[in-house]
Each structure stands twice: as C-alpha cells, then as structure tokens.
Design a binder for this molecule. Structure first.
Ligand SMILES: C[S@@+](CC[C@H](N)C(=O)[O-])C[C@H]1O[C@@H](n2cnc3c(N)ncnc32)[C@H](O)[C@@H]1O
Length: 311
C-alpha cells in the first residue's frame, strides 16, 4: 500500500545535492523484506535513502529503520531526503560489518529485515569529486569511507605491475588487464597518475582500438576493479555474510542486491552454506526490462533473499 500523505510529504523534501540515485528493484526488495507495521529494519547501505524511503511508503507504521552508510557525506544526503521520517530513522556512519555492535549500542536486539544494495551511489559518481567517474577530471581517490587511508592513486602508483594486472583482471573481469597494467607502469614512470581522466586515458590507450567497447566506456572495468580494491568491497561482503544473519530474528529476511558476478557468487554460496538461513531465491531475481530501460545501472543487478530460521 502506498501512503499518499507520505508521498506528498516527500514531494516537499529538499532535493539531494547534485545527484539523484534511483533505487533498484524496489518492489521486489519490499516484497522480499515482508515489511509489516511495527517492524524494525536495517538499510545497511543507506546511500541516498531510496530503499528506506520505500519502506516507509510501503508501510507508514514501520517502527524504525536503522540506516548505515560508511560515507559521512552520503549520510547527510540521506538525512535531507528522509527528513519526513526523521523521527524513525537512526542514521549511523559505519561500515555494515559492525552492524551487530551498532544494534547493541542502540539497545536493539534482532531486527525484522536487512537490505543491502551493494556498490556505490550516483552521488559518488556525479557529485563526490572523488574520481569515481572516468568522465570527470577529479583527484584519483575513490574512497567511500574518507576516513580510511588508502586511495586509488596509492594503488595505481605503487602496486607492482603483476599485482595491478591481477586486480584488474579479477575485480574488473577485464581481458586486457595485463596490457593496462603495463601502460600504467610506463606512464607512472614518467609522472604519477593523479586524476581520474589520467587513468581513463591510459586505460583507453592500452586497449587496441578495434577491441574498445562501444557499449560501455573502455575504462569501465578498470575503474570498477580499482574501486572494489580501494574499498575492500569483497572482504566487507564476506565478513557481513557471516555476521548479519545473527542480527535477524527468526523469520527475518535478508535481501542483498549485488552488481558483480563475484559478489553474487559469494552471496549465493554463503546463503546456501549458512545453517541459520533458508534460501528463498534459488536463482537470483533480476530487474524487469522496463526498469533496465529506465535505469541503465540496473542492468547487472542480482537480488538474493534468505530468511532466518528458528534454531
Ligand atoms: C548503491 S548505494 C545504496 C543506494 C540506496 N539503496 C538508495 O536507494 O539510495 C550503496 C551505498 O552503500 C555504501 N556502502 C558501500 N560499502 C559499505 C560498507 N561496507 N558499509 C556501509 N556502507 C557501505 C556506499 O557508501 C553507498 O552509499
């Protein structure tokens, strides 16, 4: 049920700065979470607050949403968007691997559902100024949590070439990884690579012209790989897959949207191997064609859902 009062409230909410993030597979996630009156939910990747907003629109009587994001700037964007529900959202700047500590410190036991929408938000690409996008000249940073120390420039300029190639191959599934790493090495011998456009240029030149994709920018996979490494995204996911089920009450749901085959495989295997969970999606759910058409970012989304069992 959509609450019209809440919807009109939202129309008057302040616009987020510089970027709108369209939440992915909203109705599938809301159905998956089994949103109910009086329920307490966790949005472990709050981002611009799209899924949290949808929770309140689906069920205006939800008791509380605990919204985590490791990026303090993103959290401020969400705070402004979710202003109409501010009394029932707990905004927490934290890595989701610490969710059980966060819940304890808020005096909350187990919750009714957790959503994780992995990766980065449109804010990162379009307004953060941190070099996530190959089409903007920005410092090569790529940290979501700006209190961490390692930047993309550190990796690009310091990693040994074979390690760089391995990383671009593994996290970016980029067939030209070795060539790209070699070109980066040659370029950084002359001068450090310090901006996103510098990295994009080196990457594009490393790929033979006739093999450059016309569908996606030729630097897409390399940027993805570096971002995943800088933010330790796979390590964090692995840790969360182990620790999050304990935060759910029996019957509570865990919905995870991933965008990378390595992530999806990790989720699939962890769900299957976890004796605390019943897998509800034998195959991952994918967005309907209309959603992909209206939101290009949705094209690689995979949603998996599991339910905490009563042990
Ligand atoms: C795809 S966005 C979420 C978008 C959100 N669902 C929406 O509709 O607006 C992912 C968010 O997760 C955050 N994030 C990524 N890794 C995280 C982690 N390990 N802990 C907490 N937040 C994380 C990012 O900063 C980003 O804002």
């Amino acid at each position: 049920m959509i609450c019209t009062a809440a919807a009109s409230f939202l129309r008057s909410a302040p616009e987020p700065r510089g970027a709108i993030h369209i939440p992915i597979m909203v109705s599938e996630v809301m159905d998956g979470l089994l949103i109910r009156s009086g329920g307490t939910y966790v949005d472990a990747t709050l981002g611009m607050g799209g899924h949290t907003e949808a929770i309140f629109l689906r069920c205006p009587d939800v008791k509380m949403v605990i919204g985590l994001d490791c990026d303090a700037e993103v959290l401020e964007q969400a705070r402004s968007r979710l202003n109409p529900f501010a009394d029932r959202v707990h905004f927490v700047c934290s890595n989701f691997i610490y969710l059980s500590d966060v819940l304890s410190s808020e005096g909350i036991g187990q919750v009714d559902g957790i959503v994780m929408d992995l990766g980065l938000s449109s804010f990162h690409l379009e307004a953060s100024g941190r070099g996530f996008s190959f089409s903007r000249q920005e410092p090569l940073d790529m940290r979501m949590d700006t209190s961490s120390t390692l930047t993309a420039a550190d990796l690009i300029n310091r990693l040994p070439t074979d390690r760089l190639a391995e990383l671009i191959w593994e996290y970016g599934e980029e067939r030209w990884a070795k060539r790209i790493a070699r070109h980066i090495y040659e370029r950084r011998k002359r001068a450090p690579i310090l901006t996103s456009t510098d990295l994009a240029e080196v990457t594009v030149h490393a790929i033979p012209r006739r093999y450059r994709s016309r569908r996606i920018h030729p630097a897409t996979r390399t940027f993805q790989a570096i971002r995943i490494a800088v933010n330790r995204e796979l390590d964090n996911l692995k840790e969360a897959l182990w620790s999050l089920p304990a935060c759910l009450r029996p019957g509570g749901r865990l919905c995870i949207i991933s965008f990378h085959s390595l992530e999806d495989r990790m989720v699939k295997r962890a769900f299957k191997a976890d004796g605390r969970l019943e897998v509800l999606t034998k195959k991952p759910r994918t967005p309907v064609p209309d959603e992909i058409e209206s939101n290009f970012r949705a094209r690689s989304a995979r949603l998996r859902i599991a339910q905490r069992i009563d042990l």
